[in-house]
Design a protein around this ligand. Sequence first.
Ligand code: TXA
Ligand code: MG
Length: 311
Amino acid sequence: MRISFDEACRRLKVGDVVGIPTETVYGLAAALNQEAAIEKIFSLKGRPPKNPLIIHLPHPNDLHHFASELTYDVEKLAKAFWPGPLTLVFPIDKQTIPERARAGLPTAAFRIPNHPLTLKVLESTGPLVMPSANLSGRPSATNPEHVETDFGLDFPVLDGGTCKHGLESTILYFAEDHWQIIRLGAIPAESFEPILGYLPDVSINGSTTPLCPGQLYKHYSPKARLILNKNAVNSSEIVIGFSNRTYPLAKRVFVLGHSSSPEQAAANLYSVLRQLDSEGIEEANIDIVIPQNGLWNTILERLSKAAASHK
Ligand code: TXA
Ligand code: MG
């Protein structure tokens, strides 16, 4: 159910959960000071309680409410990338954030989204927690229809159009004296080097206690089985591929965009994965003859995770 800007703000202030657009993906929003609404986010999504939420703020100055001393380089990163698809995780003053939102951790995740409507909502409501607006484990939502598919036609959504990036924010985590990437995202890893003076390590896999708790769980997965296929041009099955390549034997082709544009592929990725499910498709081959750098790395990581849960 589409609701107006005023209605979205009103509902958030009285403790409702509302679907909100951002430039990355749609979020399921609750006010940071409404603990029952935060609880409701976990039950609506079927989200494991140990998976903390990102706190979205209208302005970088608001960070001072949560940490008496700001971690090294936060201001530099904020200046370079906010508003935008960057989330920063660092130690906070614990009493300033409900335990449920940070899943009991001594750190919290912050982001200032770059979407005019979202910023206006934040100005009116104050800090909002917002996980991606999808059922836990499923592909994120990049338009209002996706939110309604997961939470029902009566679920309140503020319509901000289709998300520009279509991939979640990049998450940086401060450990000891340097920043690490704990989730690849819409900002490529290489973009941080000129700001930080070093290329942050990427630590996203392998451990049973990853720095980003969300990495432990199934993610981004359609019901369809996905096959990462380096020879998809010769596949005689259903193919997810690129507009400038031909798949002469394929039963059907879903197009991510031109193979020279990772931005296009990112923006279409979750829509295509969701389309497989809405058409009841059981298996699809993804053309993964793509570069291994920049935003393509994020796309490959999402595809690997989406495919892995069916193994
Ligand atoms: O682009 C985005 O970041 C979107 C939009 C709506 O802003 N939000 C989003 O939220 O992707 P979510 O909940 O789907 O993913 C947040 C990730 C989770 O994997 C969670 O484990 C991690 O952030 N996270 C949150 N707080 C953390 C913390 N204190 N330490 C480490 N990871 C944290
Ligand atoms: Mg998510």
